[in-house]
Write a protein that binds this ligand. Structure first.
Ligand code: 5AD
Ligand code: SF4
Length: 435
């Protein structure tokens, strides 16, 4: 999401004549686009700010700015306590960046931290390098108010972009050769444009060009409708991959988290999705050590992981965030216990991912080639529509952006290794006809 926001910021600044440099020594303005979701994300920014102290001392005119959620959360504290910071601009004030940079350049502090109920940057053309994958924020903010989460406070109320403008953007990206578009929102299936919902947006996005894959994240279990599941099933280029954070396996903890579902409801949803979309894969987010979490609650989380058998998971220790409801509860699970539980969660997930990948040996799947593998030019890397990385021997005539049928020969917990079966030619621009 921050990559997508950075592209919007670059779009706004490029319009005013700014250009980018990858060399900080050359920069007149240095902007950090920040995340506040957990304490360690913020600590990393403080670390990086420290690295810029010397440069600022050498170049007093250098404007250093903090963008995004940390700007929103810490506001004036940042400019008052960190003398190096000249500018703080929250996620809904990026249009004012050129003006605020001027303020900072003239020696005052540039501060823009108002949240908006309407800002979607719908008319801003994000600045994207050519490539295969692009991210489009289709909605902003979140109204769910999970009690542990700072997002509703830093990114404000939910609002959606117009369906037609998202589709126009996908058309342009498709013409530029992009092959994979991820539709983003904190709570993407709450998307709404008049009487059009997220399923309508997904269908319209998929129909732009059937050889462009459509992905989306993040889905909240409360809003994953039957219509959405059938839409995924009906469109071959909407990826069979759903990121569906469960957070905890204990109904008591889920209630304290204000997640609005029970594990029974969640498991039924998974079962239904698997019926409607055969072969669908799931990933999740899990938090260990939420306030009052007992050993029994933790075991329930491990049980849910074993029942669902996620293809992947993002796993975190609970991190108290000021201003949230959970912040008022005591952070009463010892750090050591949180770490131990997190490690058990990670170990189980690694075992499950390994087993799922082993079961894929001998099967064939279509892979979108992303380029040479990280380790060697002799191998190419691609991704299945279920978001698994596949490595296979490089050969002449294959390019990034090609679709190939690959037979899986070997697998680790994180990667599949295979061999080319055949290149998949597009027929009528429609992958489904030949896949
Ligand atoms: N502590 C730990 N993890 C958190 N997340 C959100 N807020 C917190 C927090 N305070 C995790 C959730 C969410 C993901 C994006 O980050 O699992 O789904
Ligand atoms: Fe945060 Fe996601 Fe909950 Fe919204 S739905 S409050 S972004 S965890």
């Amino acid at each position: 999401m921050n990559v997508a926001d950075t592209e919007i910021v670059l779009g706004i600044l490029n319009n005013k004549g700014y250009s980018q440099t990858n060399n900080a020594d050359e920069a007149d303005v240095v902007l950090f686009n920040t995340c506040s979701i957990r304490e360690n994300a913020e600590q990393r920014i403080y670390g990086r700010l420290g690295n810029f102290k010397n440069l600022k001392a050498l170049k007093p005119d250098l404007v250093v700015g903090i963008l995004g959620c940390m700007a929103e959360r810490l506001r004036k504290d940042l400019v008052e306590q960190k003398s190096i910071v000249d500018l703080v601009v929250g996620p809904d004030e990026y249009r004012r960046l050129p003006e605020l940079i001027d303020v900072a350049y003239n020696g005052d502090k540039g501060i823009g931290v108002k949240l908006s109920r309407t800002e979607t940057y719908d008319d801003i053309i994000p600045h994207r390098e050519d490539g295969l994958s692009a991210w489009i924020s289709v909605m902003r903010g979140c109204d769910k108010f999970c009690t542990f989460c700072v997002v509703p406070f830093t990114r404000g109320r939910e609002r959606s972009r117009a369906l037609s403008s998202v589709v126009d953007e996908i058309c342009e990206l498709s013409e530029r050769g992009f092959k994979e578009i991820s539709l983003l929102g904190q709570n993407v299936n709450s998307y709404k444009d008049g009487d059009k919902d997220f399923a309508d947006l997904l269908a319209a996005s998929a129909e732009v060009n059937r050889s462009v894959r459509i992905r989306f994240t993040t889905s909240h279990p409360q809003d994953l409708s039957d219509k959405l599941l059938y839409t995924i099933a009906e469109h071959s280029n909407i990826c069979n991959y759903i990121h569906l954070p469960v957070q905890s396996g204990s109904d008591r903890i889920l209630k304290l988290m204000n997640r609005t579902y029970t594990i029974g409801h969640y498991l039924k949803l998974i079962e239904k999705a698997r019926k409607i979309i055969p072969g669908v894969s799931f990933s999740t987010d899990i938090i260990s050590g939420f306030p009052t979490e007992t050993f029994e609650d933790h075991i329930m989380t491990l049980d849910v992981m074993r029942q669902v058998r996620y293809d992947g998971a993002y796993m975190f220790k609970y991190s108290p965030r000021e201003g949230t409801k959970a912040y008022a509860m005591k952070d009463d699970v010892a750090e050591e216990t949180k770490s131990k539980r997190l490690q058990e969660i990670i170990d189980i997930q690694q075992q499950i991912s390994y087993e799922i990948n082993q079961e894929l040996i001998g099967t064939e799947d279509i892979v979108l080639v992303e380029g040479v593998s990280r380790k060697s030019n002799d191998f190419l890397a691609g991704r299945t529509d279920t978001n698994k990385v596949v490595i296979f021997p490089n050969q002449d005539g294959i390019e990034a952006g090609d679709y190939l049928k690959i037979k899986i020969k070997r697998a680790t917990q994180a990667t599949l290794f295979g061999e080319l079966v055949k290149a998949v030619k597009l027929n009528n621009n429609n992958l489904a006809l030949i896949a």
